[in-house]
Design a protein around this ligand. Sequence first.
Ligand code: PMP
Length: 454
Amino acid sequence: KSGAADAASLIRRHLSPAVASNSNFIAERASGSYIYSTDGQKHLDMAAGIGVVSTGHCHPKVVKAIQDQAASLIHTQQNIFAASTPMVGLIDRLLTIAPPSLTRFFFANSGSEAVDNAIKIARGHTKRQNIICFENSFHGRTYGSMALTTSKTYYRQGFAPLMPQVVVAPYPYCLHCKVREAHPDGDSWYKIQPNVKPYDPYEARGCCNAPIDALKWILKQQSAPVDTAAIIIEPIMGEGGFLTPPPSFIPALRKICDEHGILLIIDEVQAGVGRTGKWWGHQHVSGEAVEPDIMIFAKGIASGFPFAGLAVRENMFEGLASGTMGGTYGAAPLACATACATLDVIKEEKLLDNATARGRQLVKGLLDLTGKYPIIDIRGRGLMCAAEFGGKDGMSAEPGVAAAVTKAAGKRNMLLLTAGARETVRFLPPLTVSSSEIDEALHIFGESLEEVFG
Ligand code: PMP
């Protein structure tokens, strides 16, 4: 067995330092909301592998599905067999939860790979080149998806030239704006300390519907509609800081796309599969439901097994020649069986309701901490919750504050993540998390804040 000292030396000597890791623990086993490391410590998991372990670690039904599938069929390859029995089962299930007009599917292994394929479909179908993405987005680390990733410079630093024909539009990020009070379904909460003044020169640009006006100008000044294949957006910015748009924003994008024949791609990799209390993050909108042309999913769909996919409108593959899409492992039977079991558990155990209830509990507990510590915003939906820190006298927080809080939580055996270029921490527990585990997380978070700010 390797102890903590061995772990540190193994990491230092044999792993890529370009992968930024929060800890030197070696994970050994896990169950529900806890991970156990080789040094005997038990960690409360408020990260869920970045929103992946939706049904909790090693859910017995998911484990059983993997074991059974592994004993009967592990691999076929989609060019050799177009489908497998677990894939058929998965399509049946996806058809019951995907937006109704998205009736064709393509499967891949990671979110980034799925994003790249969405770009291929958008360009191949529209015969246009430009892709518009938003500030604060994270779409992945491959060359295509990296070019659409704007949440932090280091994701692309030193790697140019990137995929060309990408235009970046402003995103609504109005920390001090009352519009965010108007969420119709009452499932987004926030509190702003009255003494915190707006400090962000970007704020005017990002406020309310200003980004929609900006987008209209982009289509006049930088990317003509006839050259614009798609607009891609996360329904809630994930790595970018859990920024939640006003409920009218995605409907407004849909309208612009329809006016100009531009495709709307919604990246549900982090916000999808029940994370926000609905199956898909973009279902929290004002007015009538909005459907994308292409929806990307990954992470929570298979409880930790590498799997991703696209759900697209019936006609989206028109214009793409046979053989232009594929991959050795996409739609692997083992992954499809894991996804089937995951979706069954989410339904059987009513995990959408649990995400909503536990999310409210978490936000309420975070709100109770705002008076005592410099938290300037609490945002998100369901079990996608973040707290952003401010500094003294309404100024920006000291760089590194969120990392310090995360580290203090780590010392107390709670796994927490930072998010975005601002000072924000995010909570992404398994959708199975219990009320007492949320209480435990709030308690540890309070102690961590006391260590950093007390
Ligand atoms: N899109 C979003 C919204 C994501 O959050 C991520 C991963 N954090 C990705 C795409 C990329 O997914 P992967 O890491 O599986 O390539």
